[in-house]
Design a binder for this molecule. Structure first.
Ligand SMILES: Cc1cc2nc3c(=O)[nH]c(=O)nc-3n(C[C@H](O)[C@H](O)[C@H](O)COP(=O)(O)OP(=O)(O)OC[C@H]3O[C@@H](n4cnc5c(N)ncnc54)[C@H](O)[C@@H]3O)c2cc1C
Length: 399
């Protein structure tokens, strides 16, 4: 049985290794377009490779996949994050979880994952052919003919794991497979606003951020950057709203609640503080544990003088402050990538494959894994986990 995996990235390697391991009599080959292997794994997680996540319950995991979501429940039931940890452990790679549940190799180096995958391909005699770019796929006499820019290969089973590759999507489209529209996911918001000027580096533990005139809202930590707003709350919102924001050409307004409580509660808290500390100067006492520089900026923005004590805060000033802290309105005028870590939303529709096998419904013996599919996730190791789980399921299905 000849199996050809197209794409020498995360999904391609994991699938090839598991197929070769479970089916020692299969001849497994990886075809890679470039002269580099596992390139994205190398740069992932800032060079540390956020290989998976500590959350392991499928019902919890699926919420981190804006595209894929509940459809992935049965996939994670078969191979979840804790299986990834065991798989790596069994091959000599120890992992650790950080407080936010992201998991990394204990070496803090993506090279550890690459070394593991490379030594597994050697042990299992997986053939790797580089500089072979898929150009066409033809089903012929129960086999697949794989055309690359240079050669033609024959295989009994083909796994397409080419990531976000427009050329491959065209090849798959020519086979009649439906591809959803493709838009960037996981980006930060560009905002030019005096309220944020020179405050880069200031972070907030728990904010709520909402896109005006929509129900799109997320919460979590927030970071002010040179360009605008970033941090988990913004990245989550960008991923969940990827299509809506693309439609708006990345021009929209957001409401930011920097304190994470309702405006009425913010007002009450200020009133209580006024009563308890009437003589304190407002500018010197940041409420809600807000960073001092941010609090000062808000006080100036609300036209509250530096000399004003809490007792002299006018109703108008309190209302303005409440609004700025709990419903600050900002105009977003574009997007930037987050630490170069971008993901494409969209790909081959999941309705085209049987999620019990990752085999194409229209084409037996043609499998798809990784970012080529319409699956993407938030940051946290979830994107790689989708590759590992798909690869595992395929390895159990090919026979
Ligand atoms: C900078 C960065 C950091 C990231 N960090 C993390 C992280 O820490 N954790 C996480 O979970 N996710 C992370 N991601 C996302 C993650 O890297 C991807 O989700 C994952 O790599 C997708 O794997 P894949 O195998 O589907 O595609 P890829 O890893 O992109 O691999 C596809 C391979 O196919 C090859 N190919 C393409 N077209 C062809 C063709 N026509 N013929 C033959 N070969 C072809 C490509 O050259 C490539 O080698 C990061 C992404 C980026 C950009």
């Amino acid at each position: 049985m000849k199996v050809i995996v197209i794409g020498g990235g995360a999904a391609g390697f994991f699938t090839a290794i598991n197929i070769a391991e479970k089916h020692p009599n299969f001849q497994v080959t990886i075809l890679e377009k470039t002269n580099k292997l596992l390139q994205k794994v190398k740069v992932s997680g800032g060079g540390r490779c956020n290989v998976t996540n500590e959350r392991s319950k499928p019902s919890e995991l699926v919420h981190f996949y804006p595209r894929g979501n509940k459809k992935l429940h049965s996939v994670f039931k078969r191979f979840t994050t804790s299986d990834t940890v065991t798989w790596l452990n069994e091959r000599g790679v120890d992992t650790k979880a950080e407080v936010d549940k992201r998991m990394f190799p204990t070496t803090d180096s993506s090279q550890t994952i690459i070394d593991c995958f490379m030594s597994e391909t050697q042990r299992l005699n997986i053939n790797i052919i580089q500089n072979q770019s898929l150009t066409a796929l033809h089903a012929k006499n129960q086999q697949w003919e794989i055309h690359t820019a240079k050669d033609v290969f024959l295989a009994d089973k083909v796994v397409v794991a080419t990531g976000a590759s427009p050329a491959t999507w065209k090849v798959l489209e020519s086979l009649g497979l439906e591809i959803t529209s493709l838009v960037p996911s996981l980006f930060t918001f560009n905002i030019t606003d005096d309220r944020l000027n020179d405050l880069q580096g200031i972070s907030f533990n728990e904010v709520q951020i909402k896109i005006v005139s929509t129900k799109l809202e997320e919460s979590g930590p927030l970071l002010i950057t040179h360009w605008g707003l970033s941090g988990p709350a913004v990245l989550k919102l960008s991923a969940r709203s990827a299509y809506e924001l693309a439609e708006r050409k990345y021009q929209f307004e957001v409401l930011v609640n920097f304190v994470g409580i309702k405006p009425g509660e913010v007002k009450q808290h200020i009133r209580n503080y006024q009563e308890a500390n009437p003589k304190r100067k407002v500018i010197n006492y940041p409420l809600f544990d807000l960073p001092k520089r941010f609090w000062e900026r808000m006080i100036h923005y609300c036209d509250i003088s530096e000399e004003t004590p809490f007792t002299e805060l006018s109703k108008k000033h309190v209302n303005k402050l409440v609004e700025e802290l709990s419903q600050g309105r900002y105009s977003v005028t574009g997007k930037s990538t987050f630490k170069d870590e971008f993901v494409t939303a969209g790909g081959v529709k999941l309705s085209e494959i049987d999620l019990d096998t990752f085999e194409c419904k229209r084409y037996p013996n043609l499998y798809l894994a990784g970012e080529v599919l319409d699956i993407d996730a938030l940051t946290g190791g979830f994107n790689f986990q989708a590759c590992w789980s798909a690869g595992w399921v395929i390895s159990e299905s090919v026979c």
